[in-house]
Design a protein around this ligand. Structure first.
Ligand SMILES: [Zn+2]
Length: 250
């Protein structure tokens, strides 16, 4: 099992992790640690992979909360007594919890997973592809934590493995959206289509949301560049595995 962690969150004592494709039982395009259920892998293998990941990450699978991700910025808040199956039906790209022992998670395969936590046990996981980034998923995670009582200056965020600027060529319409929300994330070179740096865009948006620069861990590896360690939608198309990024409310 290869689990990536953020030194920043690690130092703050936040239990969390970003899964990779290593250490599971799936094969072919799902090899090996596919924990996503939507792209046709054998459900038994997915379940087995999830159990392995939960054991490695020391979180309770029965208390893992994920939402139905739709590339937006809506927030699902986990409250005492709500069941994971219920939250799984909610269309949201940010999951927030302050219920001890629960885990917030997002699935990705190129999109940016963002794990957020304050000093008092409030946690959030956000999923930010290009649409979610433009929609403001990162800020929505910060504002959701603040709205349930977090002090903004105590909030830390870590970006997980996601597509890099070299691998993320986009059309002019998409680049124009980023010119609007995070202009420094757009790269243009003569004779080339524009490229967008999703990681830099989310970094800039989190700073805009009031996070201190030293409360940001924002230089993760690229999923598309590294076939050995990561699934990548841009590189391999649909019908592949997915990673889970998770953060545990203590
Ligand atoms: Zn790359």
């Amino acid at each position: 099992m290869l689990l990536i962690t953020s030194p920043l969150l690690q130092r703050a004592g936040v239990r969390h992790g970003f899964s990779t494709r290593k250490g599971g039982v799936s094969d072919g395009r799902y090899a090996t640690l596919n924990v996503g259920g939507k792209w046709g892998d054998d459900p038994e293998r997915v379940a087995h992979n999830r159990r392995r990941l939960a054991a490695a990450g020391a979180f309770e699978l029965g208390r893992l909360f994920t939402a139905r991700q739709v590339h937006g910025a809506r927030v699902a808040v986990v409250v005492e007594g709500v069941l994971p199956e219920r939250v799984a039906e909610v269309e949201a790209d940010v999951v927030v919890s302050l219920v001890p022992g629960t885990t917030c998670g997002v699935f990705t395969a190129d999109c940016v997973p963002i794990l957020v936590s304050d000093d008092e046990g409030r946690v959030a996981a956000a999923h930010a592809g290009w649409r979610g980034t433009v929609a403001g998923a990162a800020q929505a995670a910060v504002e959701a934590l603040v709205s349930v009582g977090a002090r903004r200056e105590s909030i830390r965020a870590a970006l997980g493995p996601s597509i890099c600027v070299r691998c993320f060529e986009v059309g002019e319409e998409v680049a124009a959206e980023f010119d609007r929300v995070a202009p420094s994330s757009v790269r243009r070179a003569p004779g080339e289509k524009p490229h967008v740096d999703l990681q830099a865009a989310n970094r800039a948006l989190l700073l805009d949301a009031g996070l201190a620069p030293d409360h940001l861990d924002a230089a993760p590896p690229c999923t598309a560049c590294d076939r050995e360690r990561f699934f990548s939608f841009r590189r391999d198309g649909a019908g592949i595995g997915q990673h889970l990024s998770f953060v545990v409310a203590p």
